[in-house]
Design a protein around this ligand. Structure first.
Ligand SMILES: [Ca+2]
Ligand SMILES: [Ca+2]
Ligand SMILES: [Ca+2]
Length: 489
């Protein structure tokens, strides 16, 4: 009979997952949770989802995991670690090949300073991004200036263009200020500044302290005019980075004074109306600096369509039993539970592990278990840390498994089964949950063996089993049959 039904009803499942209804809170779904995953190179030209990465063979692959949907900003980007073609394009010269004219060449900068001051410009490529560091040692009442003017000559509409500055403020000693100036041919300039005495969110301020990942964009006409020319910014001939009064250092990852519009960076959460609550907003500047948490990779502006994001942060990642697709990694079995004074039981095995790769780094990993039943209804709950996944379920020695029923804290709580889990370690979970007859349907799901998406079947045995129960239920006596096949526990 078993064979006959199996042949009649079993269907192959391409991406099988355990044949349980994971939307029911009684369904056991042990999960390894991770606070922050780092993808060292998220290449937007090759990847879409935040859980994709290059495996150690250089192939794009995806973690068998999910990001907690309650995260409003599930990914984080440090813009000075983003490698976007546009960052290095300035100045744009009609005839240049392969972006030969670029501010990222330190040798194309010049310097000047007061008698007791000095300044150096050096290339500081990092994270796959071309960068230039301006390091100024400045005496009181003096200035030190780094100038980029090679191939810069914008005679039309200088005030309609946008000054863009992205990068890090590495050092800003007390009283130091850094001005970033667009300068014309007769000594006028308009400037944005870095100063501890300014409000960071001010539209003429790049930053007011040290930090990383700042992005500043502002229409030049909105920036204050200075200098000793004729009082009008007639053209843009150079960009000056001017440190005053005391030591300062900046590392530039994005510089531009050409474009006539600000570009969208991404959608973030920011308090835009000063009421203390965050709003969702698409921004063109990052005055907060650091890692910018964004509402999704898809909100990145088109400047970043083919960018590489180095060290992409992904928050609140779950490696769930429900995510398992390899049928050798789990087993579910409903059967009679007479021995426990309950009508039915679900016996479950699962192998959970978090993969490692050169191109990913893991944060804190915790094996958790959300309880949907009272403690007494978990007749068995045990974990084997480091159990070889090739060992058949049920063939693991008792000594390899640790009883975790003492970690249970009641219905609707989360038990911590392994507090400091490690990647590349197999955690074998074995649970027996005691169920009322009507709960079997809830836990198994109305699809009678469909996985959580309803689009695929369960593992081979569990799928067949679900089908058997479904078929048997139709003719009555489902649990007579299930008892017949019930596994011992
Ligand atoms: Ca260029
Ligand atoms: Ca002028
Ligand atoms: Ca607000």
């Amino acid at each position: 009979m078993f064979v006959a039904i199996m042949v009649a009803t079993a269907t192959p499942a391409a991406a099988a997952s355990p044949a349980l209804n994971f939307s029911d809170d009684k369904t056991p779904n042990p999960t390894i949770v991770e606070d922050e995953l780092t993808i060292h190179e998220h290449d937007r030209g090759q990847m879409g989802d935040a859980l994709e990465y290059y495996d150690d063979s250089g192939e794009v692959t995806s973690l068998n995991a999910s990001v907690n949907s309650s995260q409003t900003t599930p990914v984080g980007v440090r813009f000075d670690k983003v490698d976007a073609e546009a960052f290095a394009q300035f100045p744009r010269v009609d005839s240049e090949g392969d972006n030969a004219a670029t501010w990222t060449k330190a040798s194309d900068w010049s310097t000047s300073s007061g008698a007791s001051s000095s300044v150096s410009v050096s290339e500081a490529d990092a994270d796959g991004v071309e960068k230039v560091t301006v390091d100024a040692s400045v005496a009181s009442t003096e200035t030190a200036t780094a100038t980029f003017g090679a191939n810069v000559s914008l005679d039309s509409d200088p005030n309609k263009r946008v000054l863009t500055f992205g990068g890090n403020v590495d050092e800003l000693t007390t009283d130091a200020t850094v001005d970033v100036r667009v300068v014309d041919g007769d000594g006028d300039y308009r400037s944005a500044n870095i100063s501890a005495s300014e409000l960071a969110s001010d539209e003429t301020v790049i930053a007011n302290g040290t930090g990383t990942g700042f992005v500043f964009q502002e229409r030049i006409s909105n920036l204050p005019l200075g200098g000793t020319g004729d009082g009008a910014l007639d053209s843009i001939q150079q960009i000056d980075v001017v440190a005053s009064e005391s030591d300062a250092e900046v590392t530039i990852s994005w510089l531009d004074a050409d474009r006539k519009g600000e570009v969208d960076l991404a959608e973030i959460e920011r308090d835009t109306d000063d009421d203390g609550d965050l709003e969702t907003t698409t921004v063109t500047n990052i005055y907060e600096g650091g890692v910018t948490n964004i509402t999704g990779l898809s909100t990145l502006g088109d400047t970043f369509d083919t960018a590489s994001i180095n060290d992409l942060s992904v928050y609140d990642v779950s490696y769930e039993l429900a995510d398992l697709t390899d049928e050798s990694e789990y087993s579910v079995n409903f059967s009679s539970a007479d021995a426990y004074s309950y009508p039915e039981k679900l016996e479950l095995y699962g192998d959970l592990s978090v993969p490692t790769a050169i191109d990913i780094s893991h944060g804190d990993l915790t094996l958790e278990f959300d309880q949907g039943l009272i403690n007494e209804r978990y007749a068995v709950l045990e974990v084997g840390s480091g159990v070889d996944s090739s060992t058949d379920f049920g063939n693991v020695s008792d000594s390899a498994m640790t009883d975790m029923t003492g970690s249970l804290m009641g219905d609707d709580t989360t038990a911590e089964l392994v507090s400091s889990a490690t990647a590349d370690t197999n955690y074998r979970i074995h649970a027996v949950a005691l169920l009322q007859t009507e709960e079997v349907d809830d836990v198994q799901g109305s699809a009678g063996g469909m996985g959580p998406t309803g689009s695929g079947g369960g593992g081979f045995f569990s799928n067949v089993w679900g089908q058997i129960i479904g078929v048997a239920a139709a003719v009555g006596g489902a649990f007579g049959i299930s008892r017949y096949f019930g596994g011992g526990s």
